[in-house]
Design a protein around this ligand. Structure first.
Ligand SMILES: Nc1ncnc2c1ncn2[C@@H]1O[C@H](COP(=O)(O)OP(=O)(O)OP(=O)(O)O)[C@@H](O)[C@H]1O
Ligand SMILES: [Mg+2]
Length: 448
């Protein structure tokens, strides 16, 4: 841990030296002979505590405290008081000073007091951290953006929330499918019931089945005890099936039966379980396409989409960009402790021209990294990721062929960026073979 530092302020050189000497074993010590130079030290050094005389010429201890209170950072202040100044010391305490000691200073007492002050300060900081953590672990329950498309989604969500209807949410990656699911659950009559999420693409087929429906003891090697599945855990609440397009056929059958009869059996079990669960599922795949390919059951699809919500891609509601950007700047500047005021109009122009294949998540990451990088208090073109700044060359746009090439090139580039370089995923999204993708990457030198 970093050594704590103390600024000693006293007009008397002897007192400064004695205190420095006494405290320098345990703390890093800075000194100042008057209030003005004390404020200068606070500006230049990282100080954890101020120990100041109350009765000083030039600037009194009280005046110094007033100035310290005006600073952005909070410092604990301990005063040293002479005989006749106890009343002033009490006044200082009322103004926020941490404590005071009287002259002649009892060093042992002073050291104890300092230790206590630091302990208090640490507790306070831990408290702030905890509060932040609690805030983060509560899901956000609001859409940012007032475009018609966004408002329609929000209205629909609130409307279906009051029912128990099964909901299917379709939309590209990062468009807010999970966010809208949270909104539905926490505005529903079962908001206080369990809210269980399963990502269907995260498990192998056999594992997914027992995750969802549970298993009996001895159902398979390794099933030492019986285990409840997520359907049972979600009884009386909501079950969110994310990436439902990835669900293997055998499990699709079981899910279909649940939707029809509200019943299922655990893996390896014969007892029929009955639970009361609202199902919300989400996918970034085109389920119609999967049905055509025979990978997703039609009958299941129609059961899942009693209510269907389509999350619009960000490029189709660019009117929301301004609001999203300013809200993310606010969020990340407070998270990273940076006093960012806004964004330059040039940078905002670039954000408007880009087409955001990774949608709101990509925008959020972009703003967070810009906030981390920026030195001043305005985000500028220099701070935002370079790929946004790519300009379509004018010459090529003169011919139709050039334009098509350019569109293809940007589409591929954007997709690779949004999959963070995962070419297999990129090829899938683009609907081309992996080999074709590599050829195009070579052709345009997209590797870096
Ligand atoms: N309209 C919005 N307003 C505010 N935040 C949003 C909005 N849409 C999405 N977000 C935020 O963007 C991030 C990505 O959203 P979310 O996880 O809901 O996307 P998703 O559609 O589930 O993506 P994926 O398909 O990749 O799982 C989240 O942090 C979410 O809070
Ligand atoms: Mg998601």
């Amino acid at each position: 841990m970093k050594q704590q530092s103390i600024l000693i302020v006293d007009d008397d050189k002897m007192t400064r030296q004695t205190l420095s000497l006494a405290l320098s074993d345990d703390y890093e010590i800075f000194t100042a002979g008057d209030g003005i130079s004390a404020l200068q030290v606070l500006k230049e050094q990282e100080i954890d505590l101020v120990l100041s005389d109350l009765d000083m010429p030039i600037m009194s201890g009280i005046e110094l405290l007033e100035k310290i209170n005006d600073l952005e950072e909070r410092y604990p202040v301990i005063f040293i008081t002479g005989q006749g100044t106890i009343e002033t010391a009490v006044k200082a305490m009322k103004m926020g000073a941490f404590d005071y000691v009287s002259k002649p200073v009892n060093l042992e007492r002073l050291e104890l007091l300092i230790a206590k002050t630091f302990e208090h300060k640490q507790l306070k900081e831990e408290n702030i951290l905890l509060k932040k953590k609690i805030q983060e672990s509560y899901p956000e329950l609001k859409f940012i953006g007032t475009s018609d498309a966004m408002k329609k989604c929000e209205e629909l969500a609130l409307q279906v929330a009051s029912s128990k209807a099964t909901v299917l949410i379709e939309g590209e990656s990062g468009t807010g499918k999970e966010l809208i699911t949270n909104i539905i659950h926490y505005n529903s009559p079962v908001a206080h019931g369990p809210f269980i999420k399963v990502n269907c693409s995260a498990f192998a087929e056999g594992v997914l089945e027992s995750e969802l429906f549970g298993h009996e003891k001895g159902a398979f090697t390794g099933a030492v005890t019986a285990k409840k599945g997520r359907f049972e855990l979600a009884d009386g609440g909501t079950l969110f099936l994310d990436e439902v397009g990835e669900m293997p056929a055998s499990i699709q059958v079981k899910l279909l039966r649940f939707l029809q009869e509200k019943t299922f059996e655990r893996v390896g079990g014969s007892k029929t379980h009955h639970v009361d669960v609202r199902i919300i599922s989400a996918t970034n795949k085109d389920l119609n396409q999967l049905m055509k390919e025979g990978k997703f059951r039609d009958d299941l699809y129609y059961r899942l989409r009693v209510v269907k919500i389509d999350m619009p891609p960000l490029r189709d509601r660019k009117g929301d960009l301004e609001e999203l950007v300013s809200s993310f700047i606010g969020k990340f500047s407070s998270m990273h402790g940076k006093p960012i005021q806004g964004i330059s109009s040039e940078a905002m122009d670039l954000i408007r021209t880009y087409n955001w294949p990774g949608n709101v998540r990509e925008l959020m990451n972009c703003i967070e990294s810009s906030v981390v990088m920026v030195r001043g208090d305005i985000l500028t073109v220099e701070n935002i990721p370079e790929y946004l700044a790519y300009k379509v060359p004018d010459v090529e746009l003169n011919s139709k062929e050039g334009l098509l090439n350019e569109l293809e090139r940007t589409a591929i580039q954007d997709t690779i960026i949004s999959t963070r370089g995962d070419k297999v995923k990129a090829a899938k999204i683009l609907g081309i073979g992996l080999r074709t993708l590599y050829r195009k990457i070579d052709k345009w030198n997209l590797e870096e």
